[in-house]
Write a protein that binds this ligand. Structure first.
Ligand code: NDP
Length: 401
């Protein structure tokens, strides 16, 4: 039925590509391209050996728009799935506009030289997408992604008005290393060491962002199937779109769990300058400290076999239904080893790669459609929620009030 070009061959791509192959009635032709072609070949071989689905592979530098256009023209996909890094979002979006092909990604654009991510530049391409008559779906991972869909589902089916949202991201997995990150270390460490931020309406009803120091605000949350965990307030990109798209919202916050060992290592690395993104000269060679650290840390794609435990990611949503206060908690629990047995990847890659495939399926089946650039909450949440149940990410709703 459809041809898809997947860009990037890390942990998330490994899951997304396999899940596309498992849904090969929709994804009839899959092309996998990345900077290091051997990683694409390895994923393609694993999938062929197990599922007998053939994946074509290619080398691409996705920072180079001419290379991207040549690859898209040469492979003629119906959709490009960007599962490389956020740094490549704009070049791939521009190549899609040029070639008239739909686009999907899992993470908000970030400039390599500035540790700040926002939707401004991706939303600014809305006009270009409309003129080209194509669709761009932003942030089709878990958070952003499924968390946006949980909020949209609550708005569309459970509440008359939503006032408060807390997004809670818990990874209680143990990979056995003293220190490692569960997805790309550079993106992960830039995100965690940045100032926190949440959104609320002031007394005049005007929305404003409140900035906090990195990990300054902590609460303890009792996560179903996991237990009580320290959860720290952070900025996260889905709040930018949800604060605009959820009617009646008064406050939205995002919390993520971290163990003491992770935090101690991260603070130590930060204190000695290893999280820096400005070049330093070492023996006449220019080095970005964070790039060096990424090389030294375990590759997140290799953590699958060793990681045990569960993730629990969800949204606590409070508002009004039929004149009464109502509070629900919508969440998914994922087991690292079950994810590994199915896809060879741990749950953080799994919970991102599965929604990337589902978002692509929504576009290719025409269930979600339109011209322009969209966030996940802009569409009917129900068909996506139904697919989560079928594709390995079942969700639960707990009534809290
Ligand atoms: P990895 O670092 O494991 O993989 C990234 C891949 O992109 C690698 O194969 C890398 O190539 C490739 N790549 C990097 N630069 C380029 C380039 N210029 N041209 C072509 N390919 C390139 O990352 P993950 O798989 O962990 O994460 C993938 C994406 O998913 C990231 O954007 C991340 O932010 C996002 N994410 C989203 C989440 C969500 O819930 N929404 C959660 C977790 C991650 P090479 O192998 O040569 O390095």
């Amino acid at each position: 039925m459809a041809r898809v070009l997947i860009i990037g061959a890390g942990g998330v791509s490994r899951v997304a590509t396999k899940k596309c192959a498992m849904n090969n009635k929709v994804f009839t032709k899959i092309i996998l391209a990345s900077r290091t072609k051997s990683k694409c070949d390895m994923i393609a071989k694993e999938i062929f050996d197990e599922l007998h689905v053939e994946i074509k592979t290619a080398q691409i530098d996705a920072d180079n728009i001419d290379e991207l256009i040549a690859l898209i023209e040469g492979t003629k996909p119906d959709l490009v799935m960007n599962i490389a890094l956020p740094y490549q979002d704009l070049t791939i979006m521009d190549a899609c506009i040029e070639c008239g092909v739909d686009y999907l990604d899992t993470a908000n654009y970030e400039h390599p030289d500035t540790a700040k991510f926002e939707y401004k530049e991706q939303w600014a391409r809305d006009e270009g997408f409309k003129k080209a008559g194509i669709m761009g779906l932003l942030g089709s991972g878990f958070d952003p992604g499924v968390t946006n869909v949980f909020c949209a589902y609550a708005q569309q089916y459970l509440f008359d008005e939503i006032n408060y949202i807390d997004i809670l991201d818990c990874n209680a997995g143990d990979h056995g290393y003293p220190f490692a990150t569960n997805f790309n270390p550079e993106i992960n460490l830039r995100e965690v060491s940045a100032n926190g931020r949440y959104w609320e309406k002031d007394e005049n009803g005007k929305g404003r962002w409140i900035e906090t120091k990195p990990l300054e605000i902590k609460m303890v949350w009792d996560y179903p199937e996991v237990g009580k965990k320290d959860s720290y307030l952070m900025y996260h990109e889905e709040m930018e779109s949800l604060s605009k798209n959820i009617k009646g919202l008064k406050r939205i916050r995002f919390f993520m769990t971290f163990g003491q060992s992770y935090l101690t290592h991260m603070r130590c690395l930060e204190n000695v300058g290893m999280l820096g993104i400005d070049e330093v000269e070492v023996d006449g060679v220019k080095v970005v400290p964070l790039h060096l650290l990424k090389e030294l840390l375990p590759d997140p794609a290799s953590l699958g076999a060793k990681t045990v435990g569960k993730t629990n990611i969800g949204c606590v949503i409070e508002g009004v239904k039929a004149g009464k206060r109502k509070k629900v908690y919508i969440y998914n629990v994922c087991d690292h080893q079950a994810c590994y047995r199915e896809t060879g990847a741990q749950a953080v890659s799994y919970t991102t790669g599965v929604p990337a495939m589902i978002g692509a399926k929504m576009i290719l089946e025409g269930i979600w459609n339109g011209s322009g650039v969209f966030n996940m909450e802009n569409f009917d949440a129900k068909p996506f929620m139904d697919e989560l149940d079928k594709q390995g990410l079942p969700w639960k709703i707990m009534e809290m009030e």
